[in-house]
Design a binder for this molecule. Structure first.
Ligand code: ADP
Ligand code: MG
Length: 352
């Protein structure tokens, strides 16, 4: 059995030193600390990179809460930084630039038959925009698991969809033109406009798809807590990422209760025991991952100051006195017990 003290403790140092990284995804179940962790990672990256952009794709945005600053759909400089930008995007369908005529046209209808293509296209358009902005590295604060995986699948889905539409256009394009003219239907310039847009997108998609599958350029950081559901969800996430050929080799276990001397509460001790069981399982299942443990704090981690202070736990393993210096801890305990014994003896003498 893996024991907490025997396992070499890891950090996120590997992500900070991987200079080729361009896309860092941070994901996991809701409420485990995705926003906190992605914000801290972006702050740490800003220290070693020329420019960093953090994008929230979680419809339940809370990046602005973490940074304590209002954010928009376009990159905003984070207060107190010169090279850290943040933005919140809604992966909701946006039909700007697509006139209703276009959408009525045959090919757009065909395209519409491909599930999720609208969302895929707005994601692609966002990536296209972000790519032209030339950030050194881009961190994603993603939505809970299912949604994120769907977004990551989009490039592949969109590529397939575009190929399908194009081949149909090539096969039947002439025929369709004849038919529409025969029946005196209106000119189909809308189709071409839509196709041009699709084809333009295809290039970005191909490029991004290749980058997402390149472990030199892209990695996915799984955030979780030491509980059964989170362990289960993490395993599902890791399997899906492997299926999509997206690199993942960092797990952050957040909200860990450490065995500090001052943990006297029965409730906390029980939680600690429960957590230890799952921590052991994490270390057993993911022995080839960098596992970083973060302490559960008595307070929330909001504002840049709090995030900065919390960031030290991303760089060096948590030092609780018990694991830090077992001898010293025991010596203190013995002297405390001796003192208690002396006091009890004195009290007993007095009673006699
Ligand atoms: N280790 C921690 N100790 C105490 N509070 C934390 C810790 N990690 C996160 N939080 C707080 O928990 C809440 C949820 O964290 P958040 O990062 O927003 O999760 P997610 O983005 O996964 O929903 C926030 O209020 C955050 O400040
Ligand atoms: Mg969040």
């Amino acid at each position: 059995m893996a024991d907490q003290d025997e396992v070499p403790e890891a950090t996120v140092e590997n992500i900070l030193s991987q200079e080729t990284l361009k896309w860092v995804f941070v994901g996991g179940k809701g409420g485990v600390g995705k926003t906190t962790c992605s914000s801290v990672i972006s702050i740490l990256l800003a220290e070693v990179r020329s420019s960093v952009l953090i994008i929230s794709t979680d419809p339940a945005h809370n990046l602005s809460d973490a940074f304590n600053q209002k954010l928009a759909k376009m990159p905003t400089l984070v207060n107190g930084f010169t090279n850290l930008y943040a933005m919140e995007v809604d992966p909701v369908v946006e039909q700007e630039g697509t006139s209703s005529e276009e959408m009525d046209s045959l090919f757009s209808e065909l395209a519409g038959a491909i599930p999720g293509i609208d969302e895929a296209m707005s994601f692609a358009e966002m990536l296209k925009l972000v790519q032209t902005m030339d950030y050194s590295v881009i961190v994603f604060d993603t939505a809970p698991t299912g949604h994120t995986l769907r977004l990551l699948q989009f490039p592949a889905a969109l590529e397939k969809g575009i190929a399908k539409v194009l081949s149909l256009k090539n096969k039947f394009g002439g025929l369709i033109n004849q038919v529409t003219r025969m029946f005196g239907m209106e000119d189909d310039s809308g189709d071409d406009a839509f196709l041009v847009r699709l084809e333009g997108m295809k290039e970005v998609i191909e490029q991004v798809n290749n980058q997402f599958k390149d472990p030199d350029m892209t990695t996915f950081v799984c955030v979780c807590i030491p509980e059964f559901l989170s362990l289960y969800e993490t395993e599902r996430l890791v399997q899906e990422l492997t299926k999509f050929e997206i690199d993942t080799h960092n797990i952050i276990i957040n909200q860990v209760i450490f065995d500090d001397e001052d943990v006297e509460s029965k409730l906390l001790k029980a939680r600690m025991k429960m957590q230890q069981k799952y921590l052991d399982q994490f270390y057993m299942l993911y022995d080839d991952f960098n596992i970083t443990k973060l302490p559960l704090l008595p307070e929330e981690v909001t504002t840049v100051e709090a995030l900065k202070a919390f960031s030290r736990h991303f760089l060096s393993p948590y030092q609780s006195l018990s694991s830090n210096d077992e001898v010293e801890r025991l010596q203190r305990r013995i002297s405390a017990l001796k003192q208690q014994l002396r006091e009890a003896e004195t009290a007993l003498d007095r009673l006699k």
